[in-house]
Design a protein around this ligand. Structure first.
Ligand code: GLN
Length: 484
């Protein structure tokens, strides 16, 4: 069931928070061993919360929007008293003393945290294969990746272990796994959702958002987690609109820009077919399709991988073996420097090391202007591309990923091939714009395909309205993988 119907049924007394929680824990018990979506399942804590929520309801308390709804949290968001590892050896056993703002807000709205989900180490990757705890499997085909880095969250929702999950998206990590697992993923506008308590990867790109079975559920969760937070200096003070009210089903007159030139080389036939069909569905509902150009979008990957690694190299300097996380065994002749070096060498995995080295290189004297500064300049050009386009369209549509889910191991030896996955998703992070991925079909071997809509700054309402209207005419999001 969706989060919305679960909340309704608990509210009207058809079921209870405890019954819903137990049913989902049973499902987790049956399915999780096949997928490895969770790093931690917080069964006892969840049941305690469910009992408390039922008691509150019985005492006549006002119910939150997510009263009794189970949710999974990506394991790079702090949860007080619950281990939070970012799927890194360097944070094994780390238990944060506080919760991320998103977690606090979800719990205040009555949601029940069921556990922490697997990710590529520090969210660096597109397949969860960079997790120090081993990969998560795609519920549609256990030999394939669920995508990444929020692969655990996507697999947990797609396999119906939870109706909702949170992910973080720096270059596509909510939308890409949502697409590869056949569910909805929303990356809100930069600054819309507080990053307080999110383990920083690339601070000018990172944003938290929901993964859900339906657009309506994504809107519901986003409504709860969005809005200003004084704990995050980049958090926007822009007011949150009533998103559920914006789901009118009406897209007549909506102008959908399609950047045809980006849809050529490297895009799978099945993906293109499903994408074109999705555009026809929107047009049939009254939207207008407009040919657009984004001349700098082709530079997205190199620009992203310069900026993201530069910021990562700086953010990850805090894992030094002193304050928290893994510390090496100290030998007699060790200096402070050798302690730092060995702690980091032992704690970080290969992809994280690659990025720290690349990021340090592009920031170093002599290379800064040629790489980092140049990337920032092209980032501005890309932002201008979108500004121009949004003068004549309301949303931009592309596929979310160039291909359906690839096989585990298929791209692990070639980082460039792995990075190329992000061709359609990095633009929204580089520009700060909101974007959503919505299921729009299946490949011949029944692997999910998604399309992406990107909107104006702070205009998630239009994105959600268009995506929800699309779901009213299609049933792809109601199909579930046959796991038992
Ligand atoms: N796949 C991209 C990367 O490896 C994006 C990751 C993310 O959004 N966290 O950096």
């Amino acid at each position: 069931m969706t989060a919305k119907s679960l909340a309704q049924q608990i509210a009207d007394g058809t079921t209870t928070a405890v019954a819903v929680c137990e049913a989902h824990l049973d499902r987790i018990k049956a399915i999780e061993p096949q997928l490895s979506a969770f790093n931690t399942v917080t069964a006892e804590r969840a049941l305690d919360r469910a009992r408390a929520l039922d008691a509150q309801q019985q005492a006549g308390a006002a119910l939150g929007a997510l009263h009794g709804v189970p949710i999974a949290i990506k394991d790079n968001m702090c949860t007080a008293g619950v281990p939070t590892t970012a799927s890194s050896k360097i944070l094994r056993g780390y238990v944060p003393p506080y919760s991320a703002t998103v977690v606090t807000r979800l719990e205040a709205a009555g949601a029940i945290v069921m556990g922490k989900t697997n990710l590529d180490e520090f969210a660096m990757g597109s397949s969860t294969e960079n997790s120090a705890l081993g990969p998560t499997r795609n519920p549609w085909d256990l030999e394939r990746t669920p995508g990444g880095s929020s692969g655990g969250s996507a697999a947990a929702v797609a396999s119906r272990m939870v109706p909702l999950a949170l992910g973080s998206d720096t270059g596509g990590s909510i939308r890409q796994p949502a697409a590869l697992c056949g569910i909805v993923g929303l990356k809100p506008t930069y600054g819309r959702v507080s990053r307080f308590g999110l383990m920083a990867f690339a601070s000018s790109l990172d944003q938290i958002g929901p993964l859900a079975l339906t657009v309506a559920d994504a809107a519901l969760a986003f409504q709860v987690i969005g809005g200003h937070d004084s704990h995050d200096a980049t958090s926007s003070t822009e007011a949150m609109p009533d998103l559920l009210a914006s789901l009118t089903g009406d897209v007549s007159g909506l102008r959908v820009g399609v950047p045809k030139a980006l849809l050529g080389e490297g895009v799978d036939e099945a993906v293109l077919t499903a994408f074109n069909e999705a555009m026809r569905t929107l047009a049939a509902r009254g939207a207008t399709l407009v040919d657009i150009e984004l001349p700098h979008a082709g530079y997205g990957i190199p620009v992203y991988y310069l900026i993201a690694t530069a910021e990562a190299s700086s953010n990850l300097a805090r894992y030094d073996g002193v304050r928290y996380g893994h510390r090496t065994t100290i030998e007699k002749d060790d200096t402070l420097l050798t302690m730092y070096e060995r702690s980091r060498d032992e704690g970080f995995g290969p992809e994280v090391k690659r990025r720290i080295m690349l990021g340090t290189y592009v920031l170093s004297a002599g290379y800064y202007d040629a790489y980092y500064l140049k990337a920032q300049q092209v980032r501005t050009l890309l932002r201008q591309d979108f500004e121009q386009v949004f003068a004549s369209v309301d949303v931009v549509a592309t596929p979310t990923t160039p291909t359906p889910a690839f096989k585990l191991g298929e791209k692990t030896s070639d980082p460039i091939q792995m990075y190329l996955n992000d061709i359609f998703t990095v633009s929204a992070n580089l520009t700060g714009l909101p974007a959503i991925s919505v299921p729009c079909g299946f490949s011949a071997d029944r692997l999910p395909i998604g399309f992406q809509l990107t909107g104006r700054m702070f205009d998630e309402a239009t994105l959600l309205r268009a995506a929800d209207a699309y779901q009213r005419d299609t049933a792809f999001h109601t199909e579930a993988p046959s796991l038992r």
